[in-house]
Write a protein that binds this ligand. Structure first.
Ligand SMILES: [Zn+2]
Length: 189
């Protein structure tokens, strides 16, 4: 997808050197990115962590620069990864990078990705799907009701690209994640 001209007066228009062109990502690269995140997620679950994980792809959309699993309920995979990325790389570089998450980033994570100046977010499963798996009153995740795109919609400063949910990859993420959530959700209402 060709980048649209920046909004006049926006950060992207005023400071173009911080917004280098992002290389369009292909479906095969998206699928590979999600699979890389799933590898991290599977391993995290074996350590007793919740099934959330993210990876940072470099400007070539293929090189995995950093990975992160969920640590706990306030140290999520995506925001932890975004903070780590910002300590490693420059804004110019991160604008060309992609954060791929198995699940839709929450408000905290979306905002941290925004502040880290990572130019693209990709996620497989949606928050609505997550709620299906966790159910209500799950002490491991009181799933919120909102969407990543809503947080970034109409932002006048910069246009973080959001790709997701992904139908095929989302199904796989749901199936794999349910192995964990089925053991923690309240069985019946
Ligand atoms: Zn989060």
């Amino acid at each position: 997808m060709a980048a649209a001209a920046p909004t006049p007066g926006s950060a992207a228009a005023l400071l173009p050197h911080l917004f280098p062109e992002r290389k369009p990502i292909t479906p095969a690269q998206i699928a590979a990115g999600v699979e890389a995140a799933l590898v991290v997620q599977r391993r995290a679950v074996t350590f007793g962590k919740r099934p959330f994980a993210a990876v940072l792809l470099g400007p070539d959309n293929e090189t995995v620069l950093l990975t992160h699993q969920s640590i706990d309920q306030v140290n999520h995979a995506e925001s932890s990864l975004a903070r780590l990325a910002y300590t490693h790389y420059t804004k110019e570089f991160l604008w060309q990078c992609t954060l791929v998450s198995t699940w839709e980033p929450c408000g905290m994570c979306t905002a941290t990705i925004y502040w880290a100046h990572i130019g693209r977010i990709i996620f497989a499963g949606t928050n609505d799907q997550l709620y299906e798996l966790t159910g209500p009153g799950n002490k491991e995740n009181f799933t919120m009701d909102w969407h990543t795109k809503d947080f970034l919609k109409g932002c006048p400063q910069k246009d973080v690209e959001v790709i997701g949910p992904l139908e095929a990859e989302g199904k796989i993420v749901m199936e794999e994640s349910d192995k964990y959530w089925s053991t923690t959700r309240i069985a019946s209402l």
